[in-house]
Design a protein around this ligand. Structure first.
Ligand code: UDP
Length: 435
């Protein structure tokens, strides 16, 4: 049990923690919020996650687990909108949250917001409630822009100045910032002038009960991978990509690595992620595969439920994360937890997650030749057996959500204690000044 059981208002305005993972705005952050809220609930805290109604069918309240709920609030029309449009609905969101809180007779000890849009709503609520505000940006606009400017490929539109200015203000006004890597801390200091002491580094976690090694042959059989897409060809090596169809993920670079891997017989790249809204991106990647004459070796499976992913990680020989940018990189962690080695660019937490040469390789950038070289090294090894899978998994055993939630819980207690000390000190000073 924690020293104090906290009532936490968690904000995830634009991205729904129970939304479809692998779509445009729903990825690692949603997993993070859902898992962390449930785990904080197990520690005895009570957590209400507030998000925007995305579809008319969204129920107002979902019980996620003991002490953790998800509450949908109206802000704008009940439909998907571009996340930037959400900016103009933030006052309505904060106002509706306040009405819900009043109506339900709720009080919170602290606010924990996720992403800059939620942090802006949190800043208003912080003023109204006089409680500390902890935020986690997950990604930073200025860093994304720097990555986009440094890359030779077109990686989508720049992040707007509005976001960057908001993030700059928020690092000053929030009481604590959680970064998931040391690099994240440095970026907050370098790009936004954040005070280093205000930042806690707590990594993201993985559900170790869900993500565990399964027998490779059985996993492949379960997924029907022995006869892909109706063909009789038996693909005996599988490389896996899992993620949103975002140019920053560098999927094109992974496809461009395939012609360099022709020596590996029957290699198949399985790409997971993206829904009907990503048709254009997926078609461009298919066309690239056709141009490179590797289309028979690539399968686009679209979204896969998080619960089903352990089968895919276990069926694969390797997982590749060729991203230009990750704030953490949950996919690499999930893969390792399932005993599958990873080739990943040196972004997010990859360099700390992957044991070089043992559980995979970290590459300086996503140059296709470099990706191919390290993929070939791993693929030329005999397929991982059970012991090897367990050994890979053991390297990430400290990343279970209970550990992460303990660290966040400690931080929350400290921030609240500091906040109350300053607030009560101020009140005392006022009293003494008045007497
Ligand atoms: N994911 C999923 N199904 C998919 C695609 C992705 O469940 O079809 C999950 C994936 O397992 C991971 C998250 O989405 O937990 C992506 O997190 P990551 O940190 O890798 O990337 P982000 O989306 O935060 O950029």
């Amino acid at each position: 049990m924690p020293a104090t059981q906290l009532r936490i208002a968690m904000l995830s305005v634009h991205s729904c923690p129970v939304g479809k993972l692998g779509t445009k705005d729903t990825g690692g952050m949603s997993v993070y919020i859902r898992e962390l809220a449930c785990e904080l609930g197990k520690l005895g805290h009570s957590v209400d996650i507030y998000t925007r109604v995305h579809e008319p069918k969204d129920r107002e309240i979902y019980e996620l687990s003991r002490n953790a709920r998800l509450i949908h609030l109206r802000a704008g029309e009940d439909e998907e909108i571009h996340k930037l449009e959400m900016y103009s609905h933030l006052p309505a969101f904060a106002g509706n949250l306040e009405s819900f809180r009043n109506h339900s007779n709720l009080r919170y000890d602290l606010i924990f917001s996720h992403y800059w849009l939620s942090a802006l709503a949190g800043a208003d609520l912080q003023q109204w409630w006089d409680v500390p505000h902890i935020t986690m940006f997950h990604t930073l606009g200025a860093v994304k822009n720097a990555v986009k400017q440094g890359a030779y490929s077109a990686l989508g539109e720049d992040e707007p100045a509005l976001r960057i200015e908001a993030e700059r203000d928020l690092v000053q006004t929030c009481h604590r910032i959680i970064a998931s890597t040391e690099t994240g801390r440095e970026e907050l200091v370098r790009y936004y002038g954040a005070s280093s002491e205000k930042i806690s580094v707590v990594p993201c976690g993985v559900n170790l009960e869900q993500f565990k090694p399964l027998d490779k042959a059985q996993a492949r059989h379960h997924l029907g991978f022995t006869c892909p897409e109706g063909s009789r060809r038996n693909h005996d090596k599988i490389a896996l990509f899992v993620g949103r169809m975002d140019p920053l993920k560098g999927i094109d670079k992974l496809i461009k690595a395939l012609p360099h891997l022709e020596d590996i017989r029957g290699l198949r790249l399985v790409v997971i992620g993206g829904d009907e809204h990503d048709g254009h991106e997926i078609e461009q990647l298919r066309q690239l595969a056709r141009d490179l004459k590797v289309e028979d070796s690539v399968s686009f499976l679209g979204l896969v439920n998080h619960e089903q992913l352990p089968y895919y990680y276990s069926a694969a020989d390797i997982c590749v994360v060729p991203s230009y940018y990750e704030s953490f990189g949950l996919v690499a962690l999930e893969s390792l937890a399932c005993g599958t080695p990873v080739v990943a660019t040196d972004v997010g937490n990859h360099r700390y997650l992957i044991h070089e040469g043992e559980t995979g390789y970290v590459i300086a950038d996503n140059n296709p030749r470099r990706i191919a070289e390290k993929m070939a090294l791993l693929l030329s090894r005999p397929s991982a057996d059970e012991d090897r899978g367990q050994a890979i998994r053991a390297t990430v055993s400290g990343f279970g959500w209970p550990n992460i939630a303990e660290a966040i819980s400690r931080d929350c207690q400290l921030v609240l204690a500091d906040y109350l000390k300053i607030r009560n000190g101020g009140a005392d000073r006022e009293r003494h000044g008045a007497s």
